[in-house]
Design a protein around this ligand. Structure first.
Ligand SMILES: *[C@@H]1O[C@H](CO)[C@@H](O)[C@H](O)[C@H]1NC(C)=O
Ligand SMILES: *[C@@H]1O[C@H](CO)[C@@H](O)[C@H](O)[C@H]1NC(C)=O
Ligand SMILES: *[C@@H]1O[C@H](CO)[C@@H](O)[C@H](O)[C@H]1NC(C)=O
Ligand SMILES: CC(=O)N[C@H]1CO[C@H](CO)[C@@H](O)[C@@H]1O
Ligand SMILES: [Zn+2]
Length: 528
């Protein structure tokens, strides 16, 4: 008699063979096979789950915006900027290729971008030196001083003049009329003080009838100064220097001051200051919370001396491509994005300063009415600034939020941390650098808006330790072509451009998707 079997199929097969012994053997065997298969199955499932769990989801899946950004396309924008500079005396400065660069940015935004474009006009003074200036002393001593070695003309130092045989007035102080003395028809020589700016001194002396002003540089410096003798945040209607303003080294200054009663000076300068009209381009995003606006800025002009492809074309081309990429992938920010391409940065941040003056202080020039920009100052939660992003011998630099004024410090530190997270995730070396001046974040942190950004360095040298950490060349400038005519496409470090533009994209996409941006910016991390 056979035991009823729960597996009829096998039972049938057994019947064809020897009914007794074989069926018992097969029965036990088949149970083994079955449990083996079951175990194998369970094991495979377990293995699968384990493998799946430990398999990293790719960085690309987690940070799609970074990978959507094409370095090649940023390079194409830079090629375009270089073409434009080539057609405008090899420069994209206010008086050369800036307008054509802006037209290119606007046409790209109109064609492929997703924003309302506003143009904001303002005036900017443009300074030019046409001939090498001359300074000589006659009388008890006779010397022709050497330009750039013994003396220098300060930027914005006058409209040019030919002064013969003028006597010298040694001025002490020079900030208030009382302690100036008689300077009328004389060349005033003085040391800068920290009681007033060099412009305030020089302008007072001009109003008191001086024919020229000479500042003596402190002993600490080997060369004369090339500072700007101009109101830092100059606006239409503010005064500018008319008489020449020079700087001499401390030793030349000593000679002139001690011989002053017995010598006369000749000064000849051929310079000009023209006040020209220029503009900012602002692209106001069409979606996202307007009361938590993120303003992404970069400057579009170059210095007069070169095409400015790294400085600061690399920042403006990157932010252009970031806006176009976000439009292309249909990015919907939680917080509105506004992109700005500043004009006249190289003339002292005048574009971003104009923007702050109009929006934060309600300042009006004659174009303000017709050109209202659809952004309120208090709606701007933060500013991200991208300047030079592709220096050939670069160091990845992140602005130090602790440098910001107290009311914007915590927010600026938070922004700094966002960039640091990017470099840490990719294991890229980076350094923290100051945030005290020199670029367009300044009008923001000075007017209550936290800011941050990344950059790759300019004329400063790389130390041996920095070379160990960051690669490249030691004892060489981070950008040897900084502010020079060789700042062309060859001056672009593509690795830096890729790394840094993606850092910018990461910060922009991360911050614009935060659901409580203001809360995030107010949250003190307890930095140093
Ligand atoms: C380029 O420079 C030349 C000579 O200095 C000048 O005549 C010309 O007007 C300049 N062109 C532009 C577009 O600035
Ligand atoms: C220069 O001025 C001094 C002092 O006023 C005068 O003695 C001298 O003759 C002048 N020299 C010339 C070439 O005008
Ligand atoms: C950041 O700035 C603060 C204040 O100026 C300074 O004390 C600190 O050392 C800076 N940090 C770095 C990493 O440079
Ligand atoms: C990062 C950087 O070096 N940017 C430069 C852009 O141009 C301004 C004006 O010349 C410089 O001061 C900045 O340093
Ligand atoms: Zn510059």
């Amino acid at each position: 008699m056979e035991q009823p079997d729960d597996t009829p199929l096998l039972q049938n097969r057994r019947r064809t063979d020897n009914p007794n012994t074989i069926s018992a053997w097969w029965e036990s065997r088949s149970r083994d096979v079955l449990s083996f298969l079951t175990l194998l199955l369970l094991f495979s499932i377990g293995l699968g789950i384990w493998v799946y769990g430990t398999l990293p989801t790719s960085d690309q899946d987690e940070h799609p915006h970074e990978y959507a950004l094409s370095t090649d396309r940023i390079r194409e924008h830079l090629t375009k900027f270089l073409d434009i500079a080539g057609k405008h005396n090899n420069s994209r400065s206010v008086v050369n290729g800036h307008a054509a660069s802006a037209e290119y940015v606007i046409s790209q935004l109109q064609e492929h971008g997703n924003c309302d474009i506003h143009v904001q006009h303002f005036r900017s003074p443009v300074w030019k030196v046409n001939q090498t200036p001359k300074l000589s002393v006659n009388g008890r001593i006779n010397v022709d001083y050497i330009f750039e070695t013994d003396f220098q003309i300060l930027r914005y130092g006058g409209q040019g003049a030919k002064i013969n045989n003028a006597s010298v007035a040694v001025v002490h102080g020079g900030c208030v009329v009382d302690n100036v003395g008689d300077v009328s028809d004389k060349i005033a020589i003085l040391h800068p003080t920290n009681k007033c700016t060099i412009f305030e001194s020089a302008f007072l002396l001009e109003q008191l009838g001086a024919r020229a002003v000479i500042f003596v540089r402190s002993k600490r410096y080997k060369t004369p100064s090339w500072a700007r003798v101009r109101i830092a945040d100059w606006k239409e209607g503010d005064p500018l220097m008319t008489i020449p303003v020079l700087s001499v080294t401390s030793s030349v200054g000593q000679v002139i001051e001690s011989a002053a009663p017995k010598i006369q000076l000749d000064i000849e300068t051929d310079t000009s200051i023209d006040v020209v009209k220029t503009f900012n381009v602002i692209c106001v995003g069409r979606s996202g919370d307007t009361s938590n606006t993120i303003l992404v800025g970069s400057h579009l002009d170059s210095v007069a001396a070169g095409p400015g492809i790294n400085d600061n074309g690399s920042g403006s081309a990157s932010s252009l491509e970031i806006q176009l990429t976000l439009s292309r992938i249909g990015f919907k920010p939680h917080n509105r994005l506004v992109f700005a391409w500043w004009g006249a940065e190289e003339d002292g941040l005048l574009g971003s300063r104009h923007f702050a003056r109009v929006l934060a202080h309600g300042w009006k020039n004659k174009w303000t009415e017709g050109e209202a920009v659809d952004v309120k100052w208090n709606d701007i939660a933060l500013n991200l600034n991208f300047d030079m992003l592709a220096s050939p011998n670069y160091i990845a630099l992140v602005h130090n939020g602790t440098d910001a004024p107290e009311n914007t410090r915590i927010g600026s530190q938070r922004i700094q941390r966002v960039f640091e997270n990017y470099f840490a995730r990719h294991d890229y070396p980076y350094q923290v650098t100051d945030m005290v001046g020199g670029s367009d974040f300044l009008p923001f942190i000075d007017n209550g808006i936290p800011a941050g950004g990344v950059l790759t360095g300019a004329g400063e040298f790389k130390s041996i330790d920095e070379r160990r950490e960051h690669g490249g060349l030691a004892n060489a400038a981070l950008d040897t072509c900084y502010h020079r005519d060789c700042d062309t496409l060859l001056n672009i470090n593509i690795d830096a451009l890729k790394k840094m533009s993606r850092a910018a994209m990461y910060a922009i996409s991360t911050l614009s998707t935060k659901s409580d941006l203001r809360g995030f910016l107010d949250n003190d991390l307890g930095f140093d």
